[in-house]
Design a protein. Sequence first.
Length: 301
Amino acid sequence: MNTKVTIAGVTFKNPILTASGTFGAGEEYAQFVDLNRLGGVVTKGVSNVPWEGNPTPRVAEVYGGMLNAIGLQNPGIDTFIQRDIPFLKKYDTKMIVNVCGHSVYDYLNVVERLNEQPVDMLEINISCPNVSQGGLAFGQDPKTAAHVTKEIRKLSKHPFIMKLSPNVTRIADMAKAVEAEGADAVSLINTITGMKIDVYQRKFALANKTGGLSGPAVHPVAVRMVYEVAQAVNIPIIGMGGIQNVQDALEMILAGATAVSIGTANFTNPTVTVDIINDLGQFMVEQGVQDIQELIGAVTS
């Protein structure tokens, strides 16, 4: 039975990854799961300088998931290189570094710093607000997303994934735009913009007013978007959004995802990634599936 998948020349032992921002660099979860069993760890977003993130409160529970407005708080690339890369290199798993920025320069600065580091891939978070365009996310405009992709393609020595925002009219257009400029893969979906109001205090639940909705509530939307993108591009897709169990993961794979990332579920079940890996193997045995490739994009009409 073969569970290996390959994305841009990088082979993963299985298609189960962690979603950026929900797993750190793995250190918090190493006591719960054997990181060696994971297909890969996608790190929390890394910027060229430390980011403090948004004011609190910045997390709220909602129906079917959670809202977060963390604001990509992180200690910056220097600390990441000194602390997190050495930690992950102790494990037999692939390392995908999520990169964030408020300008094209920010992205390129981090990409360049990582060029000589022993990482496997990069994931470029284009849901970040573009300060030069009044805060509009890079991933909400095809031309801007294409420009960022083109500049990273020129510089990066590592294969890279463009992480797409669902807060657009047609996500397939975004995927085609970044594919045309050299993206090796796309990942989707990032969180959906939402809001929660405390009716008793008559105030917003989050200091930022809005936040990113994640969890089971977004899963059907994510599956639909993965399918639409799979019909539009020829590069691999990493699917994510509300995956709680192996059935959810398989929906993404059948819709066209080569791999999947597990996010919010890590907060309620720290062993969920390994649980899904185990259940995937059992499913393949029960269904007589010899190779995971038989399932990728199997639902086409």
